[in-house]
Design a protein around this ligand. Structure first.
Ligand code: C2E
Ligand code: SIN
Ligand code: SIN
Ligand code: SIN
Ligand code: FE
Ligand code: FE
Length: 398
């Protein structure tokens, strides 16, 4: 197929007009006055400049374009150079559409770096009607404006479809106005793209480090995944925002990264550690903190806090700092509970796995001692959900 939709979301096509005669049924509009146009530009310029979320930016740009040049639809296509495709986000929800970077009218605009204006798409050999076929929409007039970043490098295409005025076609003025909008917003778009890339980079680093610490301690990858999921669940039960839930899910797998510098004789010792060995083992918390403490990145900063504080106890008897109560960061308190819940339920070189009754018994006993009492209450009230995660991420399963 010419294009495909990931995680298909019906609001995508549902949001579009499914009728074949969609263009005819639209009320004809008249061209905007310069003043109205300025108003639209100013209104959107501010919103767009402050939008870091690439998905929301797509929708803002679509709205801006539609209003500015009275198009029925407007799509911001962004170039993924690695995969050589253009992708777009055309609705709220998950749907993301992709087309090869070198095909169709948008592909033509991208390859030439020049605007493309077409009055009758079906008479143009460059037009690809696959999306129309899929949606039942009928494309007539098309306008494509290439978008460049500050260095003049092409980063995408701004595409408008079906002019809603009597004439039904895009004019030189539309080209000028949409180009203006594209050049005003090119910088914001690139900023948002860099932001996304930075987050992706952080995720990659984190994933790699999680793997390193797993291999080192000979624990299964499932342990860090479960701790991540339990931590996220606790965060969400605490009422933390979606963004913070994401942060804690990504950062908590690294709580034990400091174990990379614990010698094998200690880390893999089949029996109980001596006092001295345990003192050495305890340094994994501050070593982990040391690895991330210099970072200004949100996720890595959270990872630093979690590595440092995941062995603190609510009663102040933990390590390395003996912090107590809410002096321990919530991320640390959350990961502590998630980590112990999982560690007890798993066999280690030095111990058998515990029965679920014994684990729950211990967590109840440690309410207000090892663990934040509020978190224990949330945990016990939602035990079913925790057990579902446990069975979904069993060792030996994907
Ligand atoms: P870990 O195995 O990931 O355990 C994390 C935490 O879960 C422990 O932190 C402890 O709070 C709890 N936990 C795990 N197993 C047990 C258990 O059998 N009984 C009880 N009551 N709690 C348990 P802790 O104690 O600070 O230990 C930190 C890390 O030190 C452990 O991480 C493990 O890597 C290592 N470690 C602790 N004790 C021993 C031991 O006797 N032998 C060996 N070889 N390693 C140990
Ligand atoms: C194109 O114009 O080639 C992209 C397909 C579309 O408009 O959705
Ligand atoms: C295409 O040109 O490939 C499709 C354009 C459109 O859907 O408007
Ligand atoms: C790990 O080293 O992968 C995690 C070990 C733990 O949390 O006990
Ligand atoms: Fe630890
Ligand atoms: Fe752990």
């Amino acid at each position: 197929m010419f294009y495909h939709i990931k995680e298909f979301d019906y609001t995508y096509f549902g949001g579009w007009d499914m009728r074949q005669d969609n263009v005819e049924v639209q009320k004809k509009q008249t061209e905007l006055q310069a003043e109205e146009m300025l108003e639209i530009m100013f209104d959107f310029a501010a919103k767009i400049a402050h939008e870091n979320n690439l998905n929301k930016l797509h929708l803002l740009m679509a709205d801006l374009g539609k209003k500015l040049i009275q198009a029925d639809r407007c799509t911001l296509w962004l170039l993924d150079e690695e995969k050589n495709l253009l992708w777009a986000k055309v609705s709220h929800g998950l749907a993301r559409i992709e087309v090869p970077a070198d095909s169709g009218l948008v592909g033509y605009a991208l390859s030439t770096g020049e605007p493309v204006v077409v009055d009758h798409a079906y008479q143009d050999p460059r037009f690809n009607a696959d999306i129309d076929k899929e949606s039942g929409y009928v494309t007539k007039s098309v306008l494509c404006i290439p978008i460049r970043n500050d260095e003049g490098h092409l980063i995408g295409v701004y595409q408008a479809i079906n002019k809603l005025t009597e004439q039904g076609r895009f004019t030189e003025k539309d080209v000028k106005h949409l180009s203006l909008a594209a050049s005003y917003t090119g910088q914001s778009i690139e900023k948002a793209m860099l932001h996304v890339e930075m987050i992706e980079t952080q995720k990659e680093i984190i994933f790699t480090m999680g793997e390193i610490s797993e291999n080192r301690s000979q624990e299964t990858g499932q342990h860090v995944k479960r701790v991540a999921k339990y931590s996220r669940l606790l965060a969400s039960l605490c009422g933390l925002s979606e963004e913070e839930c994401n942060i804690i899910e990504l950062a908590s797998p690294m709580h034990d990264i400091g174990k990379v510098s614990i010698p094998d004789e200690i880390l893999k010792k089949p029996g109980k550690l001596t006092q001295e060995e345990f003192e050495k083992m305890k340094t994994h918390a501050s070593i982990g903190y040391g690895i991330f403490k210099g970072s200004k990145r949100t996720i890595l900063k959270a990872a630093a806090t979690i590595a440092q504080q995941h062995h603190e106890r609510w009663d102040g008897k933990g390590y390395p700092s003996g912090l107590s109560g809410e002096n321990i960061h919530l991320y640390g308190r959350i990961t502590a509970l998630a980590d112990v819940f999982d560690a007890l339920g798993t066999a280690r070189v030095y111990k058998e796995e515990w029965s679920m009754e014994a684990i729950i018994q211990l967590i109840k006993e440690e309410r207000g001692k090892h663990f934040d009492p509020a978190l224990v209450d949330l945990f016990l009230r939602n035990l079913d959900t925790f057990l579902k995660i446990k069975s979904a991420y069993q060792d030996g399963h994907a």
